[in-house]
Structure formats: C-alpha cells, structure tokens
Design a protein around this ligand. Structure first.
Ligand code: ZN
Length: 79
C-alpha cells in the first residue's frame, strides 16, 4: 500500500512539473493577442458583397440578402 502511494505522488509530481515547465511558454502569451480577443468565438463571418472582406455577421450591414463591410460599400451596391 505504501508503494502505491509513493507511485501516485511521483506521478502527480511529474505531472505538476511538466505542466509548470511547459505551461507558461506555450500558453499565456501566444494564445490570445489583442485583436483575437475581441472576436467572439463561433460567430459567423460573412463576406462583403462589394470588396469580399470578411466581417462578423453582427457588425456587417445587410441589404437584399447581401452583407457589406461598411456604409460606403452598401451605398455603392444600391446605386
Ligand atoms: Zn466592403
């Protein structure tokens, strides 16, 4: 019984050690740059019918079943 306990402790210690060594390097910095944090995950991206730029559906302007990235392109489509 004592051996099993030691084994568990060794495994836990090794796990904690690898996490401590590997974690901060990969995780914290590269994971979330400022621009990416703003974008909500799972939101649908729609292409602008005028210039083809992909914009989040909630920020896109829609007219006649088409999406536009900005007011300018929406107006140009309507003319
Ligand atoms: Zn556009």
């Amino acid at each position: 019984m004592g051996k099993l306990l030691v084994l568990i402790l060794v495994v836990l210690a090794a796990y904690a050690l690898t996490k401590a060594l590997a974690g901060p390097k990969r995780g914290a910095r590269s994971g979330s740059p400022g621009a990416g944090a703003r974008r909500r995950t799972g939101e649908r991206m729609v292409p602008c019918a005028h210039c083809g730029l992909n914009v989040p559906e909630s920020e896109a302007l829609s007219a006649g079943g088409r999406f536009f990235c900005c007011d300018e392109h929406l107006r140009q489509f309507r003319q």
